[in-house]
Design a protein around this ligand. Structure first.
Ligand SMILES: [Zn+2]
Ligand SMILES: [Zn+2]
Length: 271
């Protein structure tokens, strides 16, 4: 527990050191550091590190173990005889493909949206808001990201670097940052693309989490030259941490507190 607390504090400090200056130097819009609902997002951060992280990992290991039992050995042997770079490329591309379609389903299928809408309820984005995600939503996404590696029999350790990069990138694309990288954004992705994914309309496009390749292929790439006017969801949603954790399990229409009010964005958006 002590170690867990230490790693939580160290991760927080590391992220703060990386993202706070970036957000101050290259903001996409004007926003105070302690903007509305920052405590809810901090609770999601702490919950993820101190409570849910271990459970998510345990489910993933169980899932991998289950797949080990059903994937034919001959298939994995055939995969392993390919050059390492080809195997790596296959894992990355398949992972992007699974996450892309899995994410589109989260926006389409009501049951999945119940959990995913928690992530979209953030009306102020920054690096901390990236952590607002229901633990069941996390299991779903992590399962899809890792599914190709599990199927092909890649040891997780080989992919640790890639997974860490994906995690950090997922935080970056939520940050209040806009860098002038021009056409490069179509290749490697950028926060402004994901900001548009968080626009209030539910099918706003940009479902990929790193390279927008899949969005370009399937026609959901969207990159206006300004930031969206409003972020969040247009349905009732509790605002606090516990309320949001329980929200997916409540009968529809039973949320009493209004959602969209109210925490007025304090300043005009960039552009
Ligand atoms: Zn989404
Ligand atoms: Zn997001």
């Amino acid at each position: 527990m002590k170690l867990q607390l230490l790693s939580t504090v160290l991760s927080f400090v590391f992220l703060l050191i990386v993202f706070w200056p970036l957000e101050k130097l290259f903001p996409a819009w004007r926003q105070r550091t302690f903007r509305p609902r920052w405590l809810t997002d901090l609770a999601f951060f702490l919950g993820q590190y101190l409570v849910w992280g271990g459970a998510v990992l345990a489910v993933l290991y169980g899932f991998r173990h289950w797949l080990d039992g059903i994937v034919p050995v001959a298939f994995r042997t055939a995969v392993a005889t390919q050059p390492w770079w080809l195997q790596g490329l296959e894992v990355i591309l398949l992972s992007d493909l699974f996450v892309y379609w899995g994410h589109r389903l989260q926006h389409r299928v009501e049951f999945l949206w119940r959990f995913h809408s928690i992530h979209h309820s953030a009306e102020h984005l920054d690096w901390l808001a990236a952590h607002r995600e229901h633990p069941i939503d996390t299991i779903y996404t992590m399962g899809l990201i890792n599914l190709p590696a599990f199927l092909l029999g890649f040891p997780l350790e080989t992919l640790a670097g890639l997974l860490a990069f994906r995690g950090l990138w997922a935080i970056y694309i939520h940050s209040n940052v806009r860098l002038p990288i021009g056409p490069l954004r179509a290749l490697i992705g950028a926060p402004e693309l994901h900001h548009w994914h968080h626009a209030r309309e539910r099918d706003a496009g940009n479902y990929a989490n790193i390279s927008p390749l899949m969005d370009l292929i399937f026609g959901t790439y969207r990159c206006p030259d300004h930031e969206p006017a409003e972020l969040g969801v247009s349905e009732p949603m509790p605002k606090g941490y516990l309320g949001q954790l329980l929200h997916p399990f409540r009968p529809k229409g039973k949320t009493t507190r209004p959602l969209i009010d109210t925490d007025k964005r304090e300043a005009a958006f960039h552009g």
